[in-house]
Design a protein around this ligand. Structure first.
Ligand code: ZN
Length: 272
């Protein structure tokens, strides 16, 4: 875990926070771990995703425990259907509770959400990259879900751009946390994926390493970080957890590590 991140424990519950966010204040946020819930294997124990095959009642209880630990009303978070694209949803307090405690209430397809209302935004992950964004000056927050597809579409950059457009944010004021997700150590991809990386990023050679003919390792953390820097976010304002989901299956859920039957981690953020 990098210096910019902190590990927090409350009873059995373990979650991660970004030091930059905490120091600026005005926001509550967290990246969950797999610890502190009630689900049984392979979802043990803090599975926060309904669309997994887990017992819905257990997921509901897990979400309640996670939110309550953060001082957030479990009935409040706004969630959206995640489809590995780059659409950014502007959220208002009137949408509070969309999909908070059930799957069907989620907002339609949006892999990123932004708001300047006091309402929690929550998204789900198991290997894909979670991004939390906080603009302490304009008092706005965002969350983005960035797997390889979101990464090549630069969904994080689109989220910052939407904050600029909608809220008048200056990217140089924005703080970003890149949470636990599959690392360059474990994220092997094939030629078609690498072709898309090459097409999206002129600096693609910094992002991939060829391990064997046609087999590449992709660094999603570096890709998201560099893309945010291109959007005007300052390098020193981007904190990367450096925790690989697949290397740390005792602590985190990994879709690849669990061969597709896996719980989901959450990233949540709310202005206070
Ligand atoms: Zn790894």
């Amino acid at each position: 875990m990098s210096q910019g991140f902190k590990i927090n424990k409350q009873g059995d519950l373990i979650y991660f926070t970004v030091q930059n966010f905490t120091e600026r204040g005005g926001v509550v946020h967290a990246f969950s771990s797999r610890h502190g819930g009630v689900s049984s294997p392979p979802f043990a124990s803090l599975n926060l995703g309904f669309h997994t095959g887990d017992e819905p009642g257990a997921v509901k209880e897990n979400r309640k425990r996670f939110c309550t630990a953060l001082g957030i009303d479990a009935a409040e978070p706004v969630t959206a259907e995640q489809v590995h694209a780059d659409r950014v949803q502007v959220v208002t307090a009137s949408q509070a509770g969309a999909g908070a405690l059930d799957l069907t209430g989620s907002l339609p397809a949006a892999d990123a959400m932004i708001t300047r209302d006091k309402v929690a935004l929550m998204a789900f992950f198991a290997d894909c990259v979670p991004l939390l964004i906080y603009d302490p000056r304009r008092k706005a927050v965002g969350v983005a879900h960035s797997g390889w597809q979101g990464t090549v579409l630069e969904v994080g950059r689109r989220t910052v751009e939407a904050m600029v457009r909608e809220f008048g944010s200056n990217p140089a004021d924005c703080l970003v946390g890149i949470g636990p997700s599959i690392g360059p150590c474990c994220y092997e991809v094939d030629e078609p994926v690498v072709e898309k990386v090459k097409a999206s990023f002129p600096y693609w050679q910094d992002l991939v390493e060829e391990k064997a003919p046609g087999r590449w390792n992709l660094d999603l953390w570096a890709a998201n970080r560099q893309s945010l820097i291109e959007a005007g976010v300052l390098a020193e304002n981007i904190s990367v957890s450096g925790m690989c989901t697949r290397c740390n299956q005792d602590m985190l859920f990994s879709y690849r590590g669990d061969k597709g039957v896996s719980g989901r981690l959450a990233a949540i953020i709310r202005l206070v």
